[in-house]
Write a protein that binds this ligand. Structure first.
Ligand code: SF4
Length: 199
């Protein structure tokens, strides 16, 4: 049984990773297996020389592809977008962590674009400075789905933390190294909103 489960999970993970069409129920089953075995998978990966970030990327892909294989029809105001603080330009002193409306839209970082998304779709955008705050934001706002922007490590722990509602992960890029002036593809965030609102 254990061997069959491992073979099943390896095949489905491989197919999803290669962007092949996989039945939605099989994806869900596989995602649950991978979630359960995640700590063991990380240990085996380390042993055979696969980096943690590679495993995290695959994990988020399994999560995202499963979510994208479902259908939702939420209102955009029932979604929330969580972003990390490192998206804000490091020299900007405006307090966007408490409210991104404090951004004056100078355009030096993507907070400006996120503010425009917030206003266009009426979707709240919060800066989550850590997992505890992210959890609190979700509990306080009770969204129907979350679009989370973060690095591989934070996205993985976020997705593993939240199991009652769908969380689509969007990776930020780090052209200046970790946690400094990170960037995001705004189109990916907008696509995620359009997907959850069935547009
Ligand atoms: S876009 Fe907003 S948050 Fe970014 S640097 Fe300019 S004022 Fe600061």
């Amino acid at each position: 049984m254990i061997i069959l489960t491992i073979i099943f999970s390896t095949v489905v993970t491989y197919l999803v990773n290669k962007n092949k069409k996989v039945d939605n129920k099989l994806m869900k089953m596989n995602f649950n297996i991978v979630s359960l075995l995640y700590p063991t998978i990380c240990k085996i990966a380390k042993f055979i020389g696969i980096s943690k970030d590679e495993i995290r990327k695959i994990y988020i892909k399994l999560n995202n592809d499963y979510i994208y294989s479902n259908k939702y029809d939420f209102k955009s105001e029932d979604l929330i977008i969580l972003i990390p603080h490192c998206i804000q330009n490091q020299v900007c002193k405006l307090k966007v962590t408490s409210d991104i409306e404090n951004c004056n839209k100078c355009g030096k970082c993507k907070v400006k674009d996120l503010l425009e998304i917030k206003r266009k779709y009426n979707t709240e955008v919060f800066v989550a400075t850590g997992g505890t705050l992210a959890r609190k934001i979700i509990i306080d706002n009770k969204p129907k789905a979350v679009i989370a922007v973060a690095c591989e490590r934070d996205l993985t722990s976020g997705v593993r933390d939240v199991d009652k509602i769908p969380v689509l992960g969007v990776f930020n890029s780090r052209p200046n190294g970790p946690c400094i002036d990170t960037n995001i593809n705004i189109k990916e965030v907008e696509e995620a909103i359009n997907f959850f609102t069935d547009k």
